[in-house]
Write a protein that binds this ligand. Structure first.
Ligand SMILES: [Zn+2]
Length: 239
């Protein structure tokens, strides 16, 4: 079997399809409106299930710490932009999530990371060929079910880490988005919503998990109600 066919077969074994959760193309060219942080009473959760009948609900065990590694590439300025956006997005979610849901931590060791956050053109510390990111919009969160059906596929490490990695999700931000702190922070915050387990998009344009042009940098009351509901629901898939 030639290499290409072998890789295709490997992908089929890894899962039926890559679960790319992308911000739609409209988001990348639309002007970003001022944030309206006005409180909305009685926020209602929206549907958080993946559009897959076999694996509708994925989430981390309650109380988990999810470790993220920033792969910013060789450009120090772009690496800083990504790292700062991640720190801001983590603060937004953590200040809003209650105790016992999920915490985030940043690591620089691929062996310890659960999630890699990267620019689309930067070398990744894990082998992406096993579950290739498909970014149709400005950013995407990519993961694949493990071949044995238990949890998510672990991306093999590349370089000096000996092939072992705990990375199960890859957040990819298009390199062309590296032009503004607020924009990158919005995209990362949105993708962290997918990392937490929100498997589709909000129908309300004022929510962070809307799929079009984002107007906010942090989760809305409805986004929070959705995550709270998610973490009260038994998962079908635990990363
Ligand atoms: Zn999305």
């Amino acid at each position: 079997m030639d290499r290409r066919r072998s890789e295709a077969a490997g992908r089929r074994r890894a899962g039926v399809a890559v679960l790319g959760l992308a911000v739609v193309a409209g988001a990348c060219s639309s002007p970003v409106e001022p944030v309206d942080e006005g409180g909305s009473e009685g926020a209602i959760a929206y549907d958080f299930t993946l559009p897959r009948a076999d694996l509708p609900v994925y989430r981390w065990p309650s109380g988990s710490t999810v470790r993220l590694l920033v792969a910013g590439g060789g450009d120090a300025e772009r690496a800083r932009l990504l790292a700062d956006a991640l720190a801001g997005a983590i603060a937004e979610w953590e200040s809003a999530l209650g105790e016992g849901v999920v915490r985030f931590a940043v690591t620089d060791r691929v062996e310890a990371a659960d999630v890699v956050v990267r620019w689309s053109d930067a070398p990744a510390p894990v082998d992406l060929r096993v579950c290739e990111p498909a970014v149709r919009g400005s950013a995407a969160t990519t993961f694949c079910p493990a071949p044995d059906g238990r949890g998510l596929l672990r991306f093999p490490a590349v370089g000096g880490a000996g092939g072992e990695s705990a990375v199960r999700m890859v957040v990819t931000v298009l390199a062309s988005e590296a032009r503004g702190e607020r924009r990158v922070r919005q995209l990362i915050a949105h993708e962290l919503g997918h990392v937490l387990g929100i498997g589709r998009h909000s129908p309300d344009p004022s929510d962070l998990m809307w799929e079009g042009a984002l107007t906010r940098v942090g989760p809305s009351p409805a986004d929070l109600a959705t995550v709270q509901r998610l973490y009260e629901t038994e998962p079908d898939l635990v990363p």
